[in-house]
Write a protein that binds this ligand. Structure first.
Ligand code: CA
Length: 110
């Protein structure tokens, strides 16, 4: 399963392209633009599992920094500031990582 099996390549390109400037990342706009917000809960879970590179069941801070690359290999890494802000938004139970349910909530809130 790759990201383009779930989301339109053109939407991914536009969404990644909208946040090329460092510290411009807005996850709510990004999840809308990339088409994730419109996807079924099952598909959102599939996207989560793609982003969970080491298959630990969580998106840890390091993986979160590479989240854009999970959508498009040539995308930039998030800055430390962007990564911390996204973690703060997504990590509802404060364990320092984002689980599948937390990811679904983050997308639903977008
Ligand atoms: Ca992980």
């Amino acid at each position: 399963m790759s990201m383009t099996d779930l989301l339109h390549a053109e939407d991914i390109k536009k969404a990644v392209g909208a946040f090329t400037a460092v510290d411009s990342f807005d996850h709510k706009k990004f999840f809308q633009m990339v088409g994730l917000k419109k996807k079924s809960p099952e598909d959102v879970k599939k996207v989560f599992h793609i982003l969970d590179k080491d298959k630990s069941g969580f998106i840890e801070e390091e993986e979160l920094g590479f989240i854009l690359k999970g959508f498009s290999p040539d995308a930039r890494d998030l800055s430390v500031k962007e990564t911390k802000m996204l973690m703060a938004a997504g990590d509802k139970d404060g364990d320092g990582k984002i689980g599948a349910d937390e990811f679904s909530t983050l997308v639903a809130e977008s």
